[in-house]
Write a protein that binds this ligand. Structure first.
Ligand code: ATP
Length: 436
């Protein structure tokens, strides 16, 4: 299969209602996107798959949902006010603005090709600032969070007291983050408003390195388990000069995007930096007393930090396939069944009234467990193709024989194989094929 290019995915997303450019009727709002009927289902599935793996299937992680608006003290303590900056350079010839660390040649402008026209780099803070309450000015400033992680650190003591967890344990969160990116782009890869899925995993300091390895491997495997081929993924250890001063090791999980390798997720050993900083700035104790050893310590933190919207782009790119079937091109999104917008499409063979009650009954039954679509217009072959293109793993067809034999046809997206199943066994047959 030739590598999927970005335009194929952008077009499919627009055409089928996954992702639209935001405020399109007003000419678009650069680098913002709206998730349509299918995209919002898929994005929700990506986040749910993460919560399932990270929270539901283990007993040492709890979930929180912290506020997006936060006071400057949080970002003062975390270091974001001082350090969450990108180096910005302007080309004095064409007036374009770039991130210096993204330039392949820092002396030549990639836009106009002139040499030596860049200004000196300026530190540009990426946080969005706004005002709370009716009065603007000092004292009313608040920030839109640029990451979800601080919500876990500032709630560490609350969670410890209320959840009865002890290290090693984790606090997870999924939600929106905002960064005033200088160079957003590549579709939903880099936007100013995006969604993150982050875990802060608190461990006794001596266990830090082992848990770090554990989370690097586990997180890489998560993408493979959800359908990305291993050869499109890479775990890349940061070089010493890429590490932040408090980090004892960071690795990026990278995906082979059409424009090259790009980060999907960072796994970092953050030592006791964050809890210590917040303890210092807030005056509160943020540590753990281990009754079995009579020891008090500040846990070390391992942080797997992923982007939900960026992961969705990778899942779509990895799933996109075109193949020739009977002389025609079939476009198929080979999405993992947990991620596809719909798990099942219920398709009565014809629109005739005689089929409707049974088809509706099948739809009502399967909808109890799965997101289903009901579609009765157009020829059945075209409807199958439509479902292939949006990644629906199974179609259930109700035909005129169904009224007599009380059986329906299940058609699989990937193999296009069809099998006749009695209605009494339909739910089990669907569950078996989907894997849940
Ligand atoms: P990058 O180097 O790409 O700017 P980062 O290293 O600053 O990313 P982190 O702060 O580690 O990113 O954030 C964790 C994850 O959040 C990233 O791996 C990515 O998946 C996601 N993410 C970060 N910034 C954006 C953005 N502007 N748009 C979409 N997703 C983002």
């Amino acid at each position: 299969m030739p590598a999927t290019d970005l335009d194929q995915i952008v077009n499919l997303c627009k055409r089928r209602g996954f992702v639209y450019p935001s405020a399109e009727i007003y000419g678009g709002f650069r680098s913002s996107y709206d998730f349509g009927p299918l995209g919002s289902l898929m994005l929700r599935n990506v986040k749910n798959a993460w919560v399932r793996t990270m929270v539901q299937l283990r007993d040492d992680v709890v979930l929180i949902d912290a506020s997006i608006l936060s006071p400057p003290q949080v970002w003062e303590a975390s270091g974001h006010l001082a350090n969450f900056t990108d180096p910005l350079v302007d080309c004095t010839a064409c007036k374009q603005r770039f991130r210096e660390d993204h330039l392949t040649d820092p002396t030549t402008c990639p836009n106009c090709g002139k040499q030596g026209t860049f200004t000196a780099a300026r530190a540009f803070n990426l946080m969005f600032k706004t005002h709370a309450g009716p009065v603007e000015g000092a004292g009313a400033e608040v920030y839109l969070r640029p990451e979800t992680a601080q919500g876990m650190f500032i709630n560490f003591a609350n969670v410890l007291q209320t959840s009865r967890k002890k290290p090693p344990f984790g606090i997870a969160q999924v939600g929106k983050s905002f960064r005033n990116e200088i160079t957003p782009g590549n579709f939903i890869f880099r936007t100013r408003e995006f969604e993150q899925m982050e875990l802060e995993f608190f461990v006794p300091p001596a266990e830090g390195p082992a848990w770090y390895r554990y989370w690097c491997d586990a997180r890489l495997q998560w993408y493979i388990d959800h359908g990305i081929p291993a050869d499109m993924l890479m775990l890349r250890d940061h070089d010493a000069d890429e590490l932040s001063h408090y980090s004892a090791g960071t690795a990026d999980i990278e995906f082979r995007f059409p424009w090259g390798w790009g980060e999907l997720e960072g796994v970092a050993q953050r030592t006791d930096y964050d809890l210590t900083q917040h303890a210092k700035h807030s005056g509160e104790r943020l540590d753990y007393f281990d009754q079995s050893t009579n020891e008090r310590y500040v846990p070390y933190v391992i942080e797997p930090a992923a982007g939900a919207t960026r992961a969705m782009a990778a899942f779509l790119l990895a799933a996109y396939d075109e193949e020739e079937v009977n002389g025609e091109v079939r476009t198929v999104l080979r999405l993992h069944p947990r991620l596809s917008p719909y798990q099942v499409a219920v398709l009565p063979l014809s629109k005739k009234d005689t089929l409707t009650p049974l088809a509706r009954e099948v739809y009502a039954t399967l909808s109890q467990r799965y997101m289903c679509e009901y579609d009765e217009t157009q020829a059945i072959g075209r409807r199958y193709r439509r479902q292939d293109e949006i990644g629906t793993p199974l179609c259930v067809t109700v035909d005129f024989d169904s009224l007599d034999d009380r059986a329906v046809t299940i058609r699989e997206r990937d193999s296009m194989a069809q099998v006749r199943v009695p209605l009494t066994e339909l739910a089990a047959a669907v569950a078996e094929r989907l894997g849940f």
